[in-house]
Design a protein around this ligand. Structure first.
Ligand code: PXG
Length: 290
C-alpha cells in the first residue's frame, strides 16, 4: 500500500502528494514545520510540538487556518490511516501559492501537509560508543536576523553546518553564535555535565527551545540534577565530564569528541546513560494514543 499523505484537507498517495512551484514555501522557504515522533502508537509530546508550530507561525505572521485541535486530529488520522506503530511525523505549513515576489500577501491560503513515515534511526553503535563532532565554521543565524527559535523552512544555515560535518567525516556539527558562544548543533540541542551539574545554552542566544531539551531538564530535575542555562565558550565543553545532544530524531546521543578534544573519559558518561534510560521509559509510557 502506498503511503497516504495529508495535504490541504485530503489524503493522497505519496506519488500524488505535490505542492505548486508557486508555493512560497518552495520559492522562498516561507513557512514553518515540526518534526514529531510516535512510539508504540503514542505520539510523544504532541501538544508541545503543536504549540511550537503555532508559535513559529505567529512569529512569521502566518495564520494557520485550522485550530490546534483540528491539526492534532489530522496528525492522528494520518498515523492511523498508514497503520504506523512507530513513526516520524513531519507537519508543514507554508505561506501558500502566490505570484512571484516576496510579499506574503500574494498568498491567499496557507498550504498544510502532514507526512507520517517509518523512522530511519541512527545506528545503535553511535549511542553505545558516542559521537565525535566538529565545530562548524558556519555561525548560527543571529536572533535579530532570523530568530532560530522559529522553526522555519529556511534551514540553509543548518545545512551549511551539516556540510561542514560531512566534509570532516562526522555526522553532527556544533554551531557557535557570531560572538563565539556555544548554541546548538544542526538539528539537536547540546548539554554538558560538569561536577554533577547540567548545563545547556539559553535559547535567547539563538538555540531552538527543543521539546526534547525541556524533557531532559525535567528528567534531570527528578534525579536531583540541577540545570543551569549558561552562556558557554567551547573551552567549557572541552573541559566537561560528559556531553550529549538531544532532539526528536536523535533522542539523546552522547558526544565523546569535539574537534580533536576528547570529552571526559572518551566514553559515554554515566549520567548521560541514566537520563537516556529515563527518556526511553517516558517514550514507552506517555503520549497521545491513536
Ligand atoms: N535545534 C535545531 C536547529 C533543530 O532543528 C532541535 C534543536 C531539537 O529540537 P526538538 O524539539 O526536536 O527536541 C531541532 C529539531 C529533521 C528533524 O527531520 C529535525 C529536528 C527534529 C526532528 C526532525 O531533520 N530538529
Amino acid at each position: 500500500m502506498s503511503l497516504k499523505i495529508f495535504i490541504d484537507g485530503k489524503f493522497v498517495d505519496k506519488e500524488d502528494a505535490k505542492v505548486s512551484v508557486f508555493d512560497h514555501g518552495v520559492l522562498y522557504g516561507d513557512g514553518v514545520f515540526e518534526g514529531i515522533r510516535s512510539y508504540n502508537r503514542h505520539v510523544f509530546k504532541l501538544d508541545e510540538h503543536i504549540d511550537r508550530l503555532y508559535e513559529s507561525a505567529e512569529a512569521i505572521r502566518l495564520n494557520i487556518p485550522v485550530s490546534k485541535k483540528e491539526f492534532i486530529s489530522d496528525i492522528l488520522e494520518t498515523l492511523k490511516l498508514n497503520d504506523l506503530d512507530d513513526a516520524y511525523i513531519r507537519a508543514v505549513v507554508t505561506r501558500g501559492v502566490g505570484d512571484l515576489g516576496l510579499d506574503p500577501r500574494k498568498c491567499a491560503k496557507p498550504t498544510i501537509f502532514i507526512i507520517a513515515d517509518k523512522i530511519a534511526l541512527y545506528p545503535e553503535e553511535l549511542y553505545e560508543d558516542g559521537l565525535p563532532i566538529i565545530i562548524s565554521k558556519t555561525r548560527r543565524n543571529h536572533p535579530t536576523t532570523l530568530d532560530p527559535r522559529i522553526k522555519s523552512l529556511n534551514y540553509l544555515n543548518n545545512i551549511l553546518a551539516k556540510i561542514d560535518a560531512i566534509d570532516a567525516g562526522v555526522v553532527e556539527a556544533l554551531m557557535l553564535t557570531l560572538e563565539g558562544y556555544v548554541v546548538e548543533c544542526t538539528g539537536d540541542n547540546i548539554f554538558i555535565i560538569k561536577d554533577g551539574k547540567m548545563y545547556t545554552p539559553p535559547s535567547d542566544i539563538g538555540a531552538l527551545e527543543g521539546v526534547t531539551r525541556n524533557v531532559i531538564i525535567e528528567l534531570a530535575r527528578e534525579r536531583n540534577i540541577e540545570t543551569d542555562l549558561k552562556v558557554m565558550m567551547s573551552k567549557e565543553l572541552f573541559e566537561a565530564d560528559e556531553c550529549f545532544l538531544t532532539g526528536t530524531a536523535a533522542e539523546i546521543i552522547p558526544v565523546v569528541k569535539i574537534d580533536d578534544k576528547v570529552i571526559g573519559t572518551g566514553k559515554p558518561g554515566k549520567i548521560t546513560q541514566e537520563i537516556r534510560k529515563d527518556f526511553k521509559k517516558l517514550t514507552e509510557t506517555g503520549g497521545t494514543k491513536y
